[in-house]
Design a protein around this ligand. Structure first.
Ligand SMILES: *Cc1c(COP(=O)(O)O)cnc(C)c1O
Length: 430
C-alpha cells in the first residue's frame, strides 16, 4: 500500500466521508474488502483511467461492465452530445426507444418485446413481478451468489457487495419480503428438483445469472442451463436469465446465445446504456403483454427510455460485431495464459476463471463451481495482490467477489503490461 501518491484522492475521500455514507455511492467502491482508500477519477479514455493526482491505470473495472468499447468512445460521446441538443428527457415517446427495442429483439431472439427502465435492479424487480403476474404464483427460485440488484426479495445470498461485507442478508428487509424466495446452490440439479417438489405449483420463476459474475466468476456446468430450461417448462414456471452483466458481452446475443439456451424473460442493463444509467427486461410476447397498459402488471418510470441513454446505447450496440467478440476472446486468452504462467512461476495457487471478456482470479487450489467454492479463496492474499497491482498501474475491482472486464480498447501490449505487473505482484505472495 502507498506506492503511488494519492494526496488529492485522500483529501476528497475525507470530505466525502462527511457527506456520503462510507464516502461512496455504491458500497464496493469503498475498498473496505481490501483495505486502504479509493482513488478518485479525473478522466478516462479507452482502457485507461487517470486519478485526480495524475496517476494512470489500465482499467479492468470497465465501469463494472458497461464499457465494452472502452471509456469515452468518441462515437458514443458524439451520440450523447447530439441527443442532448434535442432535449434531455421528454416523458413522451421518442424514436430512439423504438430503435433500441428493435436492436435488442434482433440480437436476442428469445426477446419478442422489451421494456426499458433505468437500472439492472429495476429490470430484475419488474421481471419477477411480470413472471408472478403471468403465472399467478408467488415463489421465486434464485441461486446462492447470484446478484440481481438490491431488490428486497432478492437480497438473499446475493454475492457481490453483500458478500464482501459478510452480511448476505441486508438489514431493513423484513423476513416477510423474502418468504417467497427459495435459495438454491448454483450448478446443483438435485437441489432445484427438490425446490420444485417442495413448492409444487407455486414456483412463478427461476432467476439466475447464466454465468454468475457477482461472486467473482464461475461457469454453469454442462447441461445445467438446459436442465433449468426443461424443468421450468414442465413445471409451468418462467425462466429468467439475468443478463445485466452478460448481455451483449459474452456474445451479441448474450450468454443465451453462447450456451444455446433460450429463457422466457431476460434482464439487461450495463452495456445497453453505453455508460449511461439504463436497464431493460423483455421476452415472450404473451408474458410481456401482461404489463400495463396492456395487462394488469404495473411498471413505470419517469426517465425510462431516456433519449441520452437510448442514443448512447444504440451506438454501443451498433458497434458490436463478430470481430468485437473475436478480439475480446483473443485478449482474454492472452490474459489467461499469462496469468496462469505468472502464478505458476510465483508458486501461488490460483484458479483463473474466464468466459470471453469476463474473468476472475481466485486464490485457491480447488476448482470453483459455486459460491461455497468461491468463498474458499484466500482473501488476504487477494487484498495484497490487489494493492500491488494498483501500485503497478493496474486497476482491478477492489473485491475478490467481482469479475474483471476486458474491452476492445485493451491491446495485446496492455495485456502484456498487466501480466508483467501480475508476475511482480504474485512473487512473494505465497
Ligand atoms: C449489475 C447487475 C445488476 C444490477 O444492475 P444495477 O444497474 O446496478 O442496478 C443486476 N444483475 C446483475 C447480474 C448485475 O451484474
Amino acid at each position: 500500500m502507498g506506492g503511488l501518491a494519492r494526496k488529492k484522492s485522500d483529501a476528497l475521500f475525507a470530505e466525502a466521508l462527511e457527506r456520503i455514507p462510507g464516502g461512496v455511492n455504491s458500497p464496493v467502491r469503498a475498498f473496505r474488502a481490501v483495505g486502504g482508500k479509493p482513488f478518485f477519477v479525473d478522466r478516462a479514455r479507452g482502457c485507461r483511467v487517470w486519478d485526480v493526482d495524475g496517476n494512470e491505470y489500465i482499467d479492468y473495472i470497465g465501469t463494472w461492465g458497461p464499457a465494452i468499447h472502452g471509456h469515452a468512445h468518441p462515437r458514443i460521446i458524439e451520440a450523447i452530445r447530439s441527443a442532448a441538443e434535442r432535449g434531455t428527457s421528454f416523458g413522451i415517446p421518442n424514436p430512439l426507444e423504438v430503435k433500441m427495442a428493435s436492436l435488442i429483439c434482433e440480437a436476442v431472439p428469445s426477446v419478442e418485446k422489451v421494456r426499458m427502465c433505468n437500472s439492472g435492479t429495476e429490470a430484475c424487480m419488474a421481471a419477477i413481478r411480470v413472471a408472478r403476474g403471468h403465472t399467478k404464483r408467488n415463489k421465486v427460485i434464485k441461486f446462492e451468489g447470484c446478484y440481481h440488484g438490491h431488490v428486497d426479495s432478492l437480497l438473499v445470498n446475493a454475492g457481490s457487495g453483500a458478500l464482501t461485507f459478510g452480511h448476505p442478508d441486508s438489514a431493513g428487509v423484513p423476513a416477510a419480503f423474502t418468504q417467497h424466495t427459495v435459495v438454491v446452490r448454483f450448478n446443483d440439479i438435485e437441489a432445484v428438483k427438490a425446490a420444485f417438489l417442495a413448492n409444487s405449483n407455486d414456483i412463478a420463476a427461476v432467476i439466475l445469472e447464466p454465468v454468475p459474475g457477482n461472486a467473482g466468476l464461475y461457469l454453469p456446468k454442462p447441461g445445467f442451463l438446459t436442465f433449468l430450461r426443461e424443468i421450468t417448462r414442465e413445471e409451468g414456471a418462467v425462466l429468467i436469465f439475468d443478463e445485466v452483466m452478460t448481455g451483449f458481452r459474452l456474445a451479441r446475443g448474450g450468454a443465451q446465445e453462447r450456451f444455446g439456451v433460450q429463457p422466457d424473460l431476460t434482464c439487461f442493463g450495463k452495456i445497453i446504456g453505453g455508460g449511461l444509467p439504463v436497464g431493460a427486461f423483455g421476452g415472450r410476447r404473451d408474458i410481456m403483454n401482461c404489463l400495463a397498459p396492456l395487462g394488469p402488471v404495473y411498471q413505470a418510470g419517469t426517465l425510462s427510455g431516456n433519449p441520452l441513454a437510448m442514443a448512447a446505447g444504440i451506438v454501443a450496440l451498433e458497434m458490436l460485431g463478430h470481430e468485437t467478440y473475436n478480439t475480446l476472446e483473443k485478449l482474454g486468452a492472452q490474459l489467461e495464459e499469462g496469468m496462469l504462467e505468472a502464478a505458476r512461476a510465483a508458486g501461488v495457487p490460483v484458479q483463473f476463471l474466464r468466459c470471453g471478456s469476463m474473468f476472475c482470479c481466485y486464490f485457491t487450489d480447488l476448482p470453483v463451481h459455486d459460491l461455497a467454492d468461491a468463498m474458499k479463496s484466500d482473501r488476504d492474499r487477494f487484498a495484497r495482490y490487489f494493492h500491488r497491482m494498483l501500485d503497478g498501474g493496474i486497476s482491478l475491482a477492489p473485491s475478490q467477489f467481482e469479475a474483471g472486464f476486458l474491452c476492445t480498447a485493451h491491446t495485446p501490449a496492455d495485456i502484456e503490461r498487466t501480466v508483467e505487473a501480475a508476475a511482480r505482484a504474485l512473487r512473494g505472495l505465497n
